[in-house]
Every structure is written in C-alpha cells, then in structure tokens.
Design a binder for this molecule. Structure first.
Ligand code: DHB
Length: 510
C-alpha cells in the first residue's frame, strides 16, 4: 500500500516538475533575436532592431498579453549617437496601450488608438486640440505612432502588454482583475532592469507613459515603485528579480483615485442635470439626456462628501497655505482649480488663439483675468451619471476592474455598496488600495518617481479636474518635480504634444 502511494507521489511530483519546466519562460534578453525594421519619421528613415513578443515573466498566466516589444535604434549597435544619447545613456520610453482598464497588447511601430499625435510638418501646432464640437481624438485614425516618434528622438522604446478587466483563462476564471494589469506593467519594468546590461538604453532612466486608464497605470507605476503590496502577485507570475521603480511619469488624463472619483465628479458637476454619454468607455449613445430626481439626490450626497476628503489630504498651495473647501464646496482648493483653467486659456492666448467666443473668460489686455466657473462647467457639460465610477448597478468599467477570479463586477466605495441596486459585495480594501497612487506617494519602503508630467484636457469630462490637480499638488507638496497643465480645448486623449513631452524628458535626462 505504502509502496503504491510512494510511487504515485513520485509520478505526481515528476509530472508537476515537468509541467512547471514546460511553462517556464527564460527571463534573459537574447540580443540576437530580432528583426530589422526601417521606419520613417518626418521624412527621415532610420533602422531599428525590433525584439517583439517576448514573454516577460517566467510563469505567464496569459501569453497574449504578458509580452513586451522592445525597439532599439540600430545606431546604438554601431557606436553612434542620436539626439546626444548613446547606447549607454539613452532613456527607455515605456508607453502602455491600456484603455478602459481593458487588456492591452504591447505597443508597436504602427499607429493605433493611443498613438494620437497630430500630423506633423516640422512643428507641433500651437493648438492641436480638436474643435469645440469635434469627436474625441480617441476615435480618430492617428497619423504617427508614438513608438516611432520616441525612437526618432533617440529613446529605446519598450512597451509591455497587460491583462485587463475582461481577461479570462480557458476555464472561464478572470485573470485580469485588479491589480493584475499594473502587476504586469511592473513585471515589464523588472524585465528591463534585470536585462539592463544586455541591451542598449539606461534602465535607470525609464519613463512610463499612458492615457486615461493607461495614464492611471503610468501614475501607479510612478507612485508605487518597489512597494511590497505587489510582491506576491509578481512572485506568482515569475517576474524577474529586479526593482520596478521608474525615473519619470507621463500621465495623460489619468482615470485614477477611483475610490474618491465619484465625489470629485459631483463636486464639479452637481447642478448640471443634462448629460451626453460619450467616448469609447463612456457607454451608451451621445444624445442629451436628463438626470432623474434620484440621480440628482445621489449627486447632491456625493458633492457634499467631497470637502471632507479634500480637507483630509491637507494639501498646500505654493506659499504653504492649506487648501480647503467649506461645506458648500467653495474655498481655496476651488480657486486653485480655477487658476489651472485660467493658465490653460492664457497659454492658448499667448499662442495666438482667438478666445473671444469663450464668454466665461474675462480677458483684459491679453491677460485672462477671471473665469466664470459655473459658465465654464456648463460649456464643458456632464458626461457621466452619478455615481460616475462605482455605479449603483455595477455597470462601469471600474466595477469590472474590481471583480475577482469568479465575480465579474463589484463595488469599491461604501456609498455605492450602501445604495446598491444589485446584490454584490465591495472589493477587498487591500485591492482597492493597490489601484490608487494617492496611498503610495512618498510612503516608507516605496520608491516614488521623482519626475511627473500630468496632462488633463481642459475639455475632458471623463473624470473630474480635481483628480489630476489633487495628485499633482500632493506630489508637489512632498517635494516631487511636477509639471501639470490642462491643455486648452483638449478632450479625453493623449500623446497630442509629444514634442513637448520629449523636450521635458530630454531636460531631465541630459
Ligand atoms: C477610460 C475612460 C473612462 O471614462 C473610464 O471611466 C475609464 C477608462 C479610458 O479611456 O481608458
């Protein structure tokens, strides 16, 4: 009996070991496995070595998404320099393609949804944002791949795919719920650092980039570097043994701070009762609709809850004065938000844009002197119904993000759990925490990125303006280098000002 048992056990162990061996992917970068590609940017052709579809973890859950594409200018293998960079010094640009918290494949040299750079004829136009009623740029065919533009500027480009809220395995188990997508992008960073000596580019100079949910991922990579909360997940997928902090963050319209985003949205939009859904993840048609009385009540409650959260952050202005809001939602933080919109208009004006049709601005002697904020919000318009992110019927992308292996959608705020119209739970607090950069910035045993460039379009209503401004101010108060602007007349989009982004990166890296 004992003998049979032992033999059985042995067979079991050997089979397991063999299976584990079969599934294990090498983490050592093979510099000889590439294809040469000739790319063209602004009329100039150049060659790169394309290392595509490398599985970046040793125990992948999903080899459709847990892959990285790495592109390296051929010049760096010939001892040449580009834009003042060499094989040793070139920064590594790390754009992700995450949108809507969906799974994302690694970026390529082909233009795609997030490669939204406008057509270039040498210069970035002073104002490249769409016309007031133009469709969001996210729906337009992009002209230039972000990857190609970055390569032309002398960067090594690495883009990792990531699991997302709809990813399932063959047994129907969800494998991409929070924080899987972020964990994957961290594993991609670890792969690059682990292999730093085996490829051109400086892994101490990784700049992450993303838009919307991808902007949130970029901000999270920057905020949470090396934090232990992600370690069990990274271990499970066999991430390379290396650190995962990044040098700089570029985040376009980050859909982040999700557990406070409903309040921030209603603080901004309470009182605006008509809405137009829109955008690829906005859901529904784009016809004007009106909030129900119940929805207006929800809006009022959320709006009233926001000041307590904002005040709890103890944010400070540039002179060290506490930024606050009173019970009615007015106060110095609101004034700060206005200064960002005014600065946006001023920049457009300085670039020669005619702003006389924007009646909510007071312009005196070519200076934007004041803004009628309510009139500005009316022009902006509401896009989402309250609660904008943790919907009472768990119908949003974010509800899906916070599902589990077996549950597709969950709540992630107490408010929506309490007022839920369906019978579902709230996600684990520990998981909700992993998706919010505000909990990690500057924390002990965390390497938060020193450099941040955050953009949220002045015409972007996918989330509240307060979200990026709270994050930027929080970072600034803790001594990080922050460059935050709300580009004029820009809707929910990204990569529209790559020349300026690359200039910012070059100033940091040279
Ligand atoms: C995106 C947009 C949203 O409005 C949202 O709630 C989540 C993600 C996006 O474009 O990625």
């Amino acid at each position: 009996m004992n003998k049979i048992f032992s033999v059985g056990l042995l067979i079991f162990l050997i089979t397991n070991a063999l299976q584990a061996q079969q599934k294990s992917y090498p983490l050592t970068f093979d510099s000889k496995k590439y294809q040469t590609k000739t790319l063209t940017f602004e009329g100039k052709s150049f060659e790169v070595r394309a290392y595509e579809n490398i599985v970046y973890v040793s125990n992948p859950v999903d080899t459709t998404y847990q892959k990285i594409n790495i592109y390296i200018p051929e010049a760096y293998f010939q001892g040449k320099s580009i834009n003042g960079y060499t094989a040793k010094t070139a920064p590594i640009f790390y754009p992700n393609k995450v949108g809507g918290y969906m799974p994302a494949k690694p970026g390529t040299t082909e233009p795609d949804r997030m490669g939204m750079m406008p057509p270039l004829n040498g210069e970035v136009p002073a104002n490249n944002a769409p016309k007031p009623d133009a469709k969001p740029q996210t729906n337009q065919a992009p002209q230039v791949s972000t990857v190609v533009a970055a390569l032309a500027n002398g960067y090594v480009v690495a883009s990792a795919g990531a699991r997302g809220r709809t990813t399932k395995d063959t047994n129907g188990i969800y494998t991409g719920k929070a924080p899987a997508g972020l964990v994957d992008l961290k594993a991609g960073i670890r792969y690059l650092k682990f292999n730093d000596k085996r490829m051109p580019g400086d892994a101490k100079k990784i700049i992450s980039n993303g838009t919307s949910a991808g902007g949130a991922m970029s901000a999270l990579l920057g905020a949470t570097g090396n934090n232990k909360d992600y370690e069990p997940y990274l271990k499970e997928i066999g991430a390379a043994k290396a650190t995962d902090d990044v040098f700089a963050v570029s985040a376009y319209c980050p859909i982040t701070n999700l557990d406070h985003a409903d309040m921030a949205y209603e603080w901004q939009f309470y009182g605006i009762n008509s809405y137009k859904k829109g955008g690829p993840f906005g859901g529904g048609n784009s016809q004007a609709q009106t909030l129900s009385q119940e929805q207006i009540n929800v809006s009022e409650q959320l709006k009233k809850a926001f000041p307590a959260y904002l005040n709890s952050l103890q944010l400070q202005d540039k002179n060290g004065h506490i930024l606050s809001l009173d019970e009615t939602g007015n106060g110095s933080f609101k004034e700060l938000v206005k200064t960002y919109v005014i600065a946006s208009a001023q920049k457009a004006l300085d670039n020669g844009k005619d702003l006389k049709d924007f009646k909510f601005l007071t312009i005196v002697n070519n200076k934007v002197a004041a803004i009628d904020f309510d009139a500005y919000l009316n022009y902006l318009g509401r896009q989402k119904t309250p609660p904008a992110f943790d919907a009472l019927d768990v119908s949003t992308p974010e509800n899906m993000l916070f599902g589990t292996k077996t549950i597709d959608k969950q709540h992630f705020t107490d408010f929506s759990l309490k007022n839920s119209t369906v019978n579902v739970n709230k996600a684990d607090a520990a998981i909700i925490k992993t998706m919010n950069p505000m909990y990690y910035v500057g924390q002990a045993k965390t390497t938060t990125s020193k450099n941040w460039r955050i953009r949220h379009g002045e015409k972007d209503k996918d989330t509240g303006l307060a979200i990026s401004i709270m994050l930027g101010t929080f970072l600034e108060n803790k001594g990080y280098n922050v460059n935050l602007e709300l580009p004029w007349e820009t809707t929910h989009s990204g990569d529209y000002d790559l020349k300026e982004l690359f200039q910012w990166i070059d100033e940091l890296c040279k």
